[in-house]
Design a protein around this ligand. Sequence first.
Ligand SMILES: Nc1ncnc2c1ncn2[C@@H]1O[C@H](COP(=O)(O)OP(=O)(O)OP(=O)(O)O)[C@@H](O)[C@H]1O
Ligand SMILES: [Mg+2]
Length: 290
Amino acid sequence: MRIVAENLNFTYNKKSKFAVDALKDVSLTIEEGSFFGIIGHTGSGKSTFIQHLNGLIPVENGRLTVGDIDLSGKQKEVKKRYKELRAKVGMVFQYPEYQLFAETVFEDVAFGYRNFFPDAQPDEVKTAVFGALSLLGLGAEYLDKSPLDLSGGQKRRVAIAGVLVSNPEVLVLDEPVAGLDPAGKNELMALLHKLHDSKRVKTIVIVSHDMDEVCENCTDVAVFSEGQIVFKGKPEEVFKNVEQMNDLRLGVPVTSFLTDELKKIGVDIDTDFTQKDFIEKIASHYKNNK
Ligand SMILES: Nc1ncnc2c1ncn2[C@@H]1O[C@H](COP(=O)(O)OP(=O)(O)OP(=O)(O)O)[C@@H](O)[C@H]1O
Ligand SMILES: [Mg+2]
């Protein structure tokens, strides 16, 4: 399922003096199978954009198609497609653990399933809930626990399981690792990769402020600034724009910064800016010039 936005515009509080043009002519294609990173400084329109992807914000101006679901046009008609859309595109908000509400982990995740399959039999719900939790590294021992008794990282995984349980094709996560410690970040990223590699979720879209994180994990990147897309493409292309990314006060991954500095002193390496590739290229440069 491919996502195509063409000249998407969105204004908050239209027709009032508090109007904010949050998206300006955003055109972007998110291919099926990508692990897509959306970056940009605060207030640049990232969350506004992703909320369009499952109908939380209606298409006001421009075009948006998610697979064969067209979200543009008369909103009365479009709204009829929301149920189908939301079954396909799961949305995980920033700090999703704040939305856990049930008494047990099981009930919380089951709520996510029954939302889409209200007639499901108890056995079916149980299988789905257990499956989703185990994909997020949480075993049966968590089912009866209160979400309040879990660590921050575990709560977040329960919240993601509540979205994953209904089998979306696309998972959109707004800053999924924000506020976690380094080990927790790595662990959650590894789980997202596992979901992606096994094709349990075909396409993953993450919003991030962290250039290194996006560079290490994403197949494609779009950089937002003041409601517009200023760069889009493969990380190795986007992060070549060191000066422009610095001007935008976003910076670049440390590998990209170092590659740029090395170039200034005559050491030219051709790397995709992942740490693994960067180290390999430096090692090979060193060996060849010994
Ligand atoms: N509900 C709202 N009402 C009015 N203006 C809003 C609303 N939500 C966002 N905005 C404004 O729209 C613009 C884009 O906001 P958005 O939340 O999409 O940015 P963001 O890139 O996700 O930022 P952050 O990194 O801080 O999460 C900002 O100027 C913001 O102040
Ligand atoms: Mg945001």
